[in-house]
Structure formats: structure tokens, C-alpha cells
Design a protein around this ligand. Structure first.
Ligand SMILES: [Zn+2]
Length: 516
């Protein structure tokens, strides 16, 4: 039997083990199910046993396709470490006796493929009724806040334990199914974030998880992003955005104009940005715009990228000190790329810019009136640049780490196509990245960047992992990649990280087009 991965987002995976869809919840009251998974699970006695009783260690060692991460009363930090350590590699991960309705999404997000209801049954024995939002003592309940089968038919149970075992299992099962759905929709992070707030332990587990650097999460996703709390600010995909922003932002001009964000994305199509841009007219030529929001900083060149084109923040107009500090620090990192910085900002936005100016030791000139701003920009010596070409140049740097010359842009913003003679790339608004065609794909193949070498076969739609010979380790799920063998070359979308390709079963790449 093998583990087939069908979709991956970060450490979370949707897969199949035999007939079972993972993430899966084992009901330990079901002997057949327990036996099925037990037979596949490897067994490793504690490491100390290896030293003291090597013979016993060997006798108890059992290999298997499923890896197990056993946690007990550790601190949240250690729990996360145990799960992450065991989750390394391509084997499915079973984390027993820990799942509860409010931590299931988090455990799955952290890499658990298999969970069980052991802890929920223990809670039932203790007279505890579980909900997604926390636990309740059964005797304190005036009514049952759930309409599962057990709750609708409570009188059929002989005692509280039997009733609670059933309800606690059903609510946990529902949560695992919800996490599977969220994984398919690429919104598992949002679900995990929502649920962890039910307990300080899960909240700290998520925060610790966010400090891990090497997470194979998608860089481009087709879902909306809701940074609803300060915990969202440290999401791995957001952290990646800021790192890449600093690495790849290469403004053409010496002058930056700071602008506030808009609810509508991309910013450029919003009413407020259209108004500002039309009031400034040709004075804006040769000026680099940088847009401030919470929690992002986005140069105009990055506004079509994920997550900038995809987020929606709860706007109250009130910025907390904490928020001001967070965004100011991000902005300060960019200010020294300019000789002059001007701003058209109010309220919290202005506070952010003032603070960033202090941090970077940069004088920012603030304007209240667009006419004044226009006059100043008009008098500035500057060299015009083609904004759409700059958008392409920055997106290529961000997405592929290369530069590629184009001669023409066509289409209606944001649906742009980039050409060098023939079509090179186009904006893919579904994922917030570039989809690419022959000239750029050939260039990447030669550079060995985002490439996958496959065995000698005819490609039809899906490339399975077992057909992959070599894959760039940089590749993450949803990345646009170039696959090739001696007969064919094509562009596709990665399903799993490059480092798992060839190691696991299931789909590795969905082909979009052949170019040779
Ligand atoms: Zn119920």
C-alpha cells in the first residue's frame, strides 16, 4: 500500500491510504479501522532504549508506511516540534490521542494526516461535552448547543458516557471534514486561526509554528486572504512576501510617493487610486508608488501578486500602536532605496510613514493637497518608465528569480499579456502570478530554475510523481513550472513540493500546455 497525495498546502495534505481519504479521523471504537492503521504504522521505542537495551529496541522496532508522533504533557512548543520533526519526509503522519475539535485544523495544518478520537473519548468519560469553541461540563448544560444525531436522540443513550462518546466523536469528525474542505479550498490557515483561539495552548502552538522557516506552503493561492488578527501577520506566506519584496524590489526612480491602500483590489482600479492618479496626471510619470496597508507594504509593481491582490482587512480606521509599529518597520526597510520620499496619507497611514521615516532616518514630505503634490512632482527631475513593463519585470524577479526582456504589453489592466515578438507571459488573476509561454519557459529550462525533469513518456494532462526524475527543490505547490524530457517540454502547475516529487505517489504536476 502507498500514500497518494492529491493536494498539498504547507505541511497539510489531502491524500489516500487504501480506501481512506486523509486527513482521516480513526474512531478507536471501530476495531477493523484500528487494525488497518495499526498494521501500517511503524513503531519506534524511545531513543533512550536504543542505548540501554539495544536488543529490546530492535525487537520492538517495526517499519511501516505510517509515521507516528506521540505527544503527552509537553509544552506547546515541544508538541509542535515533535509533530514537525516526525512529519519530515513523505510518509503520512499519525498523531494519536491529541485531537479535539478546536485543535484538529491546527494539527492538520501542521502536518497530521491521521488523528483519532481517543482524547475525545477520555473527555466523555470525564463528563465533558466538546464544541469547536471549547469544552463544557455536561451537568452545566441547560440545552445541547448542537444538532448532531447524538444530541437529537439523547434519550436513547443509557448513560452520559455513551452519549458524550458519540457526540464528541461526531463533532470531531465534522471538524476533520471541515478541515479537508478548507484544504481543498486553500483556506485551512483561516480555519486553524479561527479555532486556535479557543485555548491558550493552541494559540501558542500556532505562534510557534509560524516561527518555523522551512514550510512548503504555496506562494500563490486562489483563495482570499483575511488577516483578521495580529496572529495572521506572521503567516508563513506573508513572511515570504516580505522577504521576497526586499530581495526583488528594484525601483527605477529616485523618488517614491507613499499612498494609502484601498478596499478594492488591485489598488489601481479603486475609486480612490483613480482619483489620485488622475489628479496627478503626467506628474506621476517616473515616480515609484508605494502603497501602505495593514499588514502589507506594496510597491505598485507588486499589486497584482498574491497576497496583495487577494486580501481583505477588517477596516475600522483605527490603527493600534502595535499595527503601526509592525507596518512602519516593513516600510522603513524600503525607504532607503529612494533619495526623496513624498506622501499623500492621513490618520493611521500617516503615523506609519512618520514612524518609518524616523526608523530609516529619512525625511518624508507630506502633502494635504494633490495640487501641491502635483506641482512638486512636476518640478522634479525624473526619467519616465513603462509601469506595465516594470510590473512584469518585478513579477518575474519575484516568481522565478530571473529577468527577461520584453518589447510589448497588451491587454486591459489587470489582464495584461507580455510579449517579445510572441507571447511570453500573462497575468493569472486566479493565483496572483504569471502564467508563462514558450520564450520564458525555454529561458527557465536553460537556467534550471523551476524545472522538472520527467521520464520518457508522452504527457497527457497529469504528470504523476513516480514519473519525475529530478525537480527543483524551490518548487512549492501551485508554482508554475517547466517540465521536460527528450521528446517534450511544457508548462504546468505543481501539485506537491519539488522535494517530494518522485518520493510519493499521486499527482506531481498538472500540465497546462506543451511548448515542444
Ligand atoms: Zn452533538
Amino acid at each position: 500500500m502507498r500514500f497518494r497525495i492529491e493536494k498539498q498546502d504547507g505541511f497539510a495534505r489531502l491524500g489516500k491510504i487504501g480506501e481512506y481519504t486523509t486527513p482521516h479521523l480513526i474512531d478507536i471504537r471501530d476495531e477493523d479501522e484500528v487494525e488497518f492503521f495499526e498494521a501500517l504504522t511503524e513503531r519506534r521505542p524511545p531513543e533512550a532504549v536504543r542505548r540501554i537495551l539495544p536488543e529490546t529496541y530492535k525487537a520492538f522496532l517495526k517499519s511501516g508506511m505510517i509515521r507516528k508522533a506521540v505527544t503527552g504533557n509537553e509544552l506547546p512548543k515541544d508538541k509542535i516540534e515533535i509533530i514537525l520533526e516526525a512529519g519530515k519526509g513523505a510518509k503520512p503522519l499519525y498523531v494519536p490521542a491529541i485531537a479535539l475539535p478546536w485543535n484538529a485544523a491546527l494539527l492538520i495544518y501542521a502536518g497530521a494526516d491521521i488523528l483519532d478520537n481517543a482524547l475525545s473519548l477520555k473527555k466523555a468519560y470525564e463528563g465533558i461535552y466538546l464544541t469547536e469553541a471549547g469544552e463544557l461540563k455536561i451537568e452545566s448544560l441547560k440545552e445541547l448547543p448542537c444538532s448532531c444525531e447524538a444530541c437529537m436522540n439523547r434519550e436513547q443513550y443509557r448513560n452520559d458516557f455513551e452519549f458524550l462518546s458519540e457526540h464528541n466523536t461526531l463533532i470531531l469528525q465534522k471538524e476533520v471534514k471541515l478541515a479537508r474542505t478548507a484544504l481543498r479550498n486553500e483556506s485551512l490557515r483561516e480555519l486553524a486561526e479561527m479555532r486556535v483561539k479557543a485555548s491558550p495552548e493552541t494559540t501558542s502552538m500556532l505562534r510557534i509554528f509560524d516561527r518555523v522557516s522551512d514550510i512548503p506552503f504555496a506562494r500563490f493561492r486562489k483563495s482570499s486572504v483575511y488577516p483578521n488578527s495580529e496572529d495572521s501577520f506572521f503567516r508563513p506566506d506573508f513572511r515570504y512576501y516580505f522577504e521576497r519584496l526586499y530581495e526583488t524590489y528594484d525601483p527605477k526612480s529616485h523618488i517614491a510617493l507613499l499612498l494609502p491602500c484601498s478596499a478594492r483590489k488591485p489598488y489601481m482600479l479603486s475609486k480612490s487610486h483613480r482619483r489620485i492618479r488622475s489628479a496627478l496626471g503626467s506628474a506621476l510619470k517616473g515616480v515609484n508608488e508605494v502603497i501602505i496597508s495593514s499588514p502589507f507594504i506594496s510597491p505598485r509593481e507588486f499589486e497584482l501578486l498574491y497576497p496583495i491582490a487577494f486580501y481583505d482587512t477588517p477596516t475600522t480606521g483605527v490603527w493600534s500602536d502595535w499595527e503601526v509599529d509592525f507596518v512602519a518597520e516593513k516600510l522603513a526597510g524600503l525607504l532607503n532605496r529612494f533619495e526623496r520620499v513624498v506622501a499623500y496619507l492621513h490618520g493611521g497611514y500617516r503615523k506609519v510613514a512618520e514612524k518609518a521615516g524616523d526608523m530609516a532616518g529619512k525625511d518624508i514630505k507630506f502633502f494635504e493637497d494633490l495640487k501641491d503634490l502635483r506641482r512638486v512632482l512636476d518640478n522634479e527631475e525624473k526619467e519616465n518608465f513603462d509601469l506595465y513593463k516594470e510590473i512584469f519585470r518585478h513579477m518575474t524577479r519575484y516568481q522565478f528569480g530571473v529577468e527577461f526582456e520584453i518589447d510589448r504589453v497588451r491587454g486591459r489592466y489587470p489582464e495584461l499579456e507580455f510579449l517579445r515578438g510572441e507571447r511570453v507571459a500573462r497575468i493569472d488573476p486566479r493565483y496572483g502570478n504569471l502564467d508563462i509561454y514558450a520564450p520564458l519557459a525555454t529561458y527557465l529550462k536553460e537556467a534550471g530554475s523551476y524545472t522538472v525533469e520527467i521520464a520518457e513518456f508522452e504527457v497527457k494532462g497529469t504528470i504523476f510523481s513516480q514519473g519525475v526524475l529530478n525537480a527543483d527543490e524551490k518548487i512549492r505547490p501551485n508554482d508554475v513550472v517547466v517540465y521536460y524530457n527528450s521528446i517534450t517540454t511544457g508548462v504546468g502547475q505543481a501539485v506537491i513540493p519539488g522535494k517530494y516529487m518522485g518520493e510519493v505517489d499521486g499527482r506531481a504536476i498538472t500540465s497546462r500546455r506543451k511548448i515542444k
